[in-house]
Design a binder for this molecule. Structure first.
Ligand SMILES: Nc1nc2c(ncn2[C@@H]2O[C@H](COP(=O)(O)OP(=O)(O)OP(=O)(O)O)[C@@H](O)[C@H]2O)c(=O)[nH]1
Ligand SMILES: [Mg+2]
Length: 246
């Protein structure tokens, strides 16, 4: 088979797998889903390293990002090839605000639209329905389906920034919720990990590194990405290169 035909076969195979696994996942049957699902890119890293900005570059989708728009809940983005451009934004509710599992999984649609310009507003609406205006971590997920003629069948997850410790009763809850989000997504058997690190920060600070080594001890499923290269102080580019090589 010619390589172009092989590529097409792979793409349609991935589409079918994605369709079936999305349906099963929305029923809350994670274990069954894990055996079927095609790879999912899990973007992780410390707070504000540029995870959501990276996803924007990768998928051309303006997921909520920027100063003052910290990601507080996971975003699962499923891209599928189709003749016409279309976006579906959903909310999947499986947990209460304390991370306790609800008796039923409730996945419902927030918007189904063709205009890319509506995307950020619809995502904001979905986030509001999860967070209810609170600035707190939440295990419930915004599910985004993207269809279009130029779309590659990739699944990608945007996670909140890793939080190791926070003081006070609420701080402890927030750190626990954040860590549970990571536990869940780092534990997916079909995950490929993208660890983002800001070029202006020391790599030893990455507490998430230790968690990743548990999920992927030989780092066979992990890719490191150095973000914010423009912030490397003049004359310190060699240090950044060392991080990349390591
Ligand atoms: N200088 C510089 N700033 C960047 C770059 N990429 C992202 N930023 C900025 O860094 C800030 C955080 O970006 P986000 O993409 O929201 O980072 P994040 O990792 O998703 O943040 P959290 O979800 O809160 O953990 C924003 O103000 C971005 O504009 C870059 O390459 N260079
Ligand atoms: Mg973010």
């Amino acid at each position: 088979m010619a390589s172009a035909q092989l590529y097409q076969a792979d793409v349609s195979h991935a589409h079918v797998l994605n369709e079936i696994s999305a349906d099963i996942r929305s029923l809350g049957l994670e274990r069954t889903c894990e055996q079927l699902e095609s790879p999912i890119l899990v973007c992780c890293g410390e707070q504000s390293v540029g995870k959501s900005s990276f996803i924007w570059r990768l998928t051309k989708l303006e997921v909520p990002r920027d100063t003052g728009t910290c990601t507080r809940n996971p975003f699962e983005i499923r891209c599928k090839r189709a003749l016409k451009e279309r976006f579906v934004v959903k909310v999947r509710k499986e947990f209460d605000d304390f991370g306790n599992r609800l008796p039923d999984t409730n996945e419902y649609e927030v918007g189904d639209f063709n205009n890319r310009q509506d995307f950020t507003r619809m995502c904001g609406k979905a986030v509001d329905q999860i967070l209810g205006g609170k600035d707190a971590f939440n295990l419930n997920c915004v599910v985004i389906e993207v269809y279009g003629p130029d779309v590659e069948p990739v699944n990608v997850v945007d996670l909140p920034g890793w939080v190791e410790l926070k003081s006070g009763e609420d701080g402890e809850l927030q750190a626990k919720l954040c860590q549970r989000i990571y536990e869940f997504y780092l534990g997916l058997p079909n995950a490929l990990y993208i660890l983002l690190h800001s070029a202006s920060e020391n790599v030893e600070k990455d507490a998430i590194w230790a968690r990743l080594k548990v999920a992927d001890p030989k780092l066979e499923r992990t890719i490191g990405i150095l973000t914010k290269p423009d912030l490397i102080p003049v004359g310190e580019h060699n240090e950044a290169l060392k991080i990349l090589i390591a």
